[in-house]
Design a protein around this ligand. Structure first.
Ligand SMILES: [Zn+2]
Length: 430
């Protein structure tokens, strides 16, 4: 019961503070930062670094690697990385998702292979997360609603949203998708929460007449939602597709009624590390003004986010045009003068979709500076040649001439992993 009281408390707090500071969030951020900086003394990492000033900009920027390297010193719960990982991994294998150490929820923030991220969330933070989901994602209603939630691994973080008014149904994305569609048909959910790759699968089932669904809300999570997938999904589901942008289980950005993602600047400070000359694409550097079990202070994400100057909703919270994927997926080439040329995934996405309208799906994978693998799913037999030509022309525009494009015949995306259509596989990915 106490947990529910906390949710209500945070729900009201979020609503009131957002309303009160709606014209200028910087004053709210300053107040919350002053409180957070005092709480940070509980963290050995931040205490030992002895920051002479309380200024945010004096704190070091951390990335995922340093964040995990200093996991034990950063967190304020006395939990070490080895125990946290063991607990979270065991939970995934046994599919029993209630891993808690000393009252702290432990979870994995990426796949089961490669460079794992581990997150810690206290009960208060869990209540805040639920309050934020209710305020900005699902919306509060007195009507009972059924939610179909597609996840790679459940977590008691997600279980926390359950209530008498919200009936949660968990769909394991590693399960057979035909089974999942059958379950979905029987359930007839009011709200569907899933990765774009799964939403596309569901939408194609609806388009073919195999499944009939009429959700009132469709929410895209975890993967890049491209503009063309978004408009296809909006056409099939006949509504705005909403998005949630999350990292280490912190709710970074949520969509307004116009479907534009806005950073939650009432409890986050967002710095921008620009990655292009035009200064509209950046890596967000996140400071969470509430989380203390595992402080997120100047945490630089690897995602490429494109800034949107304003949104028709009028919100002063920073708007996002598009999340493009990770910087690791920028493709690298050499031009005829042997200069390195870096090209953003979005350039290839646009080239491919404009080359042939009939394409149902695609992937472009770089293995070497002079080699690209191309996968095209299309009813038109010429699609591959059309796209190949368009990519070659694009590369020529940058004086890149030495690239071979080879055909990938089977869809390289493995169900259960994040779908990345434009991929740089040259470097070890996390
Ligand atoms: Zn908006």
């Amino acid at each position: 019961m106490l947990f529910k009281v906390k949710i209500v408390y945070f729900f009201i707090l979020l609503k009131l503070s957002k309303w009160f500071y709606s014209t200028d969030f910087s004053r709210l951020q300053k107040r919350r930062w002053n409180k957070q900086v005092k709480r940070l003394r509980q963290s050995y990492f931040y205490k030992s670094n002895q920051y002479s000033s309380k200024k945010l900009l004096d704190f070091p920027i951390v990335n995922k690697a340093t964040f995990m390297e200093h996991f034990d010193e950063i967190n304020t719960c006395g939990i070490n990385l080895k125990d946290a990982l063991n607990t979270a991994i065991n939970a995934e294998y046994s599919r029993d998702f209630s891993p808690i150490i000393n009252g702290i929820t432990v979870g994995l923030s990426t796949g089961t292979s490669g460079n794992k991220g581990c997150f810690l969330v206290s009960e208060n933070e869990r209540a805040l997360w639920v309050a934020c989901v209710l305020d900005r994602v699902i919306g509060f209603s007195f009507r009972k609603r059924k939610v179909a939630f597609f996840l790679r691994a459940n977590s008691n973080l997600y279980e926390s949203v359950k209530s008498r008014l919200l009936e949660f149904h968990y769909f394991d994305i590693l399960e057979n998708q035909d089974e999942n569609l059958k379950k979905l048909k029987d359930l007839q959910p009011d709200i569907i929460v899933a990765q774009p790759s799964l939403l596309l699968l569901i939408a194609s089932g609806i388009e073919k007449g195999n499944i009939n669904l009429s959700p009132t809300q469709v929410i895209s999570i975890a993967e890049v939602l491209t503009p063309e997938d978004k408009s296809y999904l909006e056409k099939i589901f006949r509504q705005t597709i909403h998005q949630v942008y999350q990292c280490t289980e912190g709710l970074l950005a949520t969509t307004c009624r116009f479907g534009t993602l806005h950073f939650n600047e009432d409890f986050l400070i967002i710095e921008k590390h620009f990655v292009n000359e035009e200064q509209n694409k950046f890596h967000p550097i996140i400071t969470d003004l509430f989380r203390i079990s595992q402080p997120i202070i100047r945490y630089e994400l690897n995602d490429i986010v494109t800034l949107k100057n304003s949104c028709a909703c009028g919100s002063k919270m920073m708007a996002i045009e598009q999340i493009e994927g990770r910087s690791d997926d920028i493709l690298l080439f050499y031009d005829i003068a042997n200069n390195e040329v870096k090209l953003f995934p979005d350039i290839f996405r646009r080239t491919i979709v404009l080359a042939d309208e009939i394409i149902a799906d695609y992937a472009l994978i770089q293995n070497a500076p002079d080699s690209l693998g191309l996968y095209i799913k299309s009813e038109n037999t010429n699609s591959f040649a059309n796209v190949e030509l368009a990519i070659k022309q694009l590369l020529l525009d940058y004086n890149i001439k030495n690239v071979t494009i080879f055909k990938i015949t089977n869809d390289p995306h493995l169900v259960g992993t994040k779908k990345r259509r434009i991929r740089n596989d040259r470097r070890k990915s996390d």
